[in-house]
Design a binder for this molecule. Structure first.
Ligand code: NDP
Length: 445
């Protein structure tokens, strides 16, 4: 039995050395659910905390492939099957050179609570590889994806584990992996989500994470009798989540003034309107270019090597990657008037930055609540696959917005404290209860 949450974390750190991002994610969750766990002896008796931080299964494998020059390359593949208490493992695949065990365990751990919040039956998982799709030809990407799936297919299935996309894994990669799964297993099933519309994909899946993040932020604003209308919005990233977050902000009457990639930030004080955004979609998804090219085309400012957090804004939507907002970024945002932050990315704010938001009592939607729209529509894709049917764009969009409203309500139920809604606490407790109670029901497995 642990006396304090710090004692629990210390043991975890000793047991999982070097998994920094994983420690960070666990720390955030455990600190906010600690009192709730202590007040419920059945969780203590069943040792739920020790069990929930241990993945049910971790698979690590070699991914050899042949590059265009005929050289053999080797990457490392992973799948973390973290928790299946409430459904088959579900979570994305990330292809990025920074990928390691600690990063994927943090993402898999977050996914458990996020999936629980959606109210759809999905357990938590995550996977990927240190493969970098940037600068590779499409043939190389295909060969890598095929080799990756040659091993992964042994471990996944529509009722076991259903991966999706994440950083570096979009429609192209999902297509190559689905093709290889089908060839080896000789079955056409909903084993991946984010599929193409012609072969089992769902309308609104590409839009879901970005749209969902904005729906969640709009809920937070509505609760304060406010909205996106006329607000200045800083967005980081320029990939899938950032693009559709920007599109939805424009639709709701906000003005998006920034996008970024790992090389720098574009700052367009006139606003990235729909026409300019169309250029970004083409630049990033078809030409696979750098965001800097936007500033050449539209004569806007380019902040080389910088993140958007010094830009004056009302609302910030970090949609790039983990730990992109540190303490001083958070302080800058608030100093410049930002009063609402919703995380499109996973854990983009480090724990110090989150402390700054909570201390200043701004509206803060953590990733596991605010970006759950992506996995929610993945869940809807699985439902459509299982009934061999497909729903219209409006139907899926309506379901998505209802799910985001419901997640917001759950956060209020468990996170309200003295005229302030602590969405971090609310999301963690609400997400935890369903999973922990299911673990209790299913015995020691
Ligand atoms: P994409 O690969 O489509 O885009 C990622 C964007 O983030 C790119 O602009 C990329 O720039 C930038 N980026 C990546 N790494 C870094 C870095 N180290 N520093 C600065 N910028 C970086 O990924 P997604 O849009 O799908 O994912 C973005 C975030 O959203 C991730 O945190 C992901 O886990 C999260 N998320 C995604 C979901 C989805 O459905 N896709 C669902 C829920 C969460 P560059 O091109 O230079 O690398």
């Amino acid at each position: 039995m642990y006396k304090t949450s710090n004692e629990f974390i210390e043991k975890l750190v000793t047991k999982t050395p070097g998994e920094i991002e994983f420690h960070q994610a666990v720390k955030e969750v455990v600190h906010s659910i600690w009192d709730h766990v202590q007040e419920n002896p059945e969780y203590l008796h069943a040792n739920i905390l020790d069990r929930i931080v241990e993945p049910e299964r971790t698979i690590i494998f070699r991914v050899p492939w042949l590059d265009d020059n005929g050289n053999i390359q080797v990457n490392r593949g992973y799948r973390i099957e973290f928790n299946s208490a409430i459904g088959p493992y579900k979570g994305g695949l990330r292809f990025h050179p920074s990928v390691n065990l600690g990063i994927l365990k943090f993402l898999g751990f977050e996914q458990i609570f996020k999936n629980s919040l959606t109210t759809i039956s999905m357990g938590g998982g995550k996977g990927g590889s240190d493969f970098d799709p940037k600068g590779k030809s499409s043939e190389e990407v295909m060969k890598f994806c095929q080799s990756f799936m040659t091993e992964l297919q042994r471990h996944i299935g529509p009722y076991t584990d259903v991966p999706a996309g994440d950083i570096g894994v979009g429609a192209r990669e999902i297509g190559y992996m689905f093709g290889q799964y089908k060839k080896i297993r000789n079955e056409f099933t909903g084993v991946l989500t984010g599929k193409g519309l012609n072969w089992g994909g769902s309308l609104i899946r590409p839009e879901a994470t970005g749209y969902g993040t904005v729906y969640f932020a709009e809920e937070m604003l509505n609760k304060k009798n406010d909205s996106f209308k006329g607000k200045i919005v800083a967005i980081s990233g320029s990939g899938n989540v950032a693009q559709y977050a920007a599109e939805k902000v424009n639709q709701l009457g906000g003005k998006v003034v920034s996008l970024s990639d790992s090389s720098g930030t574009i700052f367009d004080k006139d606003g990235i309107n729909d026409e300019k955004l169309k250029y970004v979609f083409d630049l990033k998804n078809n030409q696979r270019g750098r965001i800097k090219e936007y500033s050449n085309k539209f004569k806007s400012e380019y902040l080389d090597g910088k993140k958007p957090w010094n830009i004056k804004c009302d609302i910030a939507l970090p949609c790039a990657t983990q730990n992109e907002i540190n303490k001083s970024d958070a302080e800058n945002l608030i100093k410049n008037g930002c009063f609402c932050i919703a995380e499109g990315a996973n854990m983009p704010s480090n724990n110090d930055a989150v402390d700054v938001y909570l201390k200043n009592k701004i509206l803060f939607g953590p990733g596991k609540a605010a970006n759950a729209g992506g996995v929610a529509v993945s869940g809807l894709e699985m439902s459509q696959n299982s009934i061999f049917s497909s729903w219209s764009r409006d139907e899926v969009d309506l379901k998505l917005s209802k799910i985001m409203k419901n997640i917001h309500s759950q956060c209020i139920e468990f996170g309200s404290e003295n005229n302030y809604i602590n969405y971090v606490k609310g999301a963690n407790i609400a997400g935890f209860i369903k999973v922990a109670d299911s673990m209790l029901d299913q015995g020691v497995v």
